[in-house]
Write a protein of this length. Structure first.
Length: 90
């Protein structure tokens, strides 16, 4: 069985017009784009050692790194463009 791409799977998942399925597909596509943007930024080394720094602690007391904050901002922006009602982050 040949491997399917995520895009091919999402297109097959859509099927007949359905508002909920369309929202799921739009959200998954936004999350995929956000993850790809984070990966590309890290691979380019654009921020250099900026990801090594720490900026305090999160609500659970874990050390929050610059990469955590950068990634959270990217995902927050993606969810603003997606049909979601709520986005929560630690």
């Amino acid at each position: 069985m040949p491997a399917a791409t995520l895009d091919a799977f999402l297109n097959s998942y859509l099927g007949p017009p359905d508002e909920l399925r369309s929202a799921v597909v739009a959200t998954v596509r936004q999350l995929t784009q956000a993850a790809t943007n984070i990966r590309n930024t890290i691979n380019q080394g654009v921020l250099g050692t900026a990801f090594a720094g720490a900026r305090g602690a999160n609500a659970d007391g874990d050390i929050q790194k610059d990469l955590d904050i950068f990634a959270d901002d990217i995902f927050l922006d993606a969810m603003r463009r997606a049909p979601v009602a709520l986005y929560a982050s630690e």
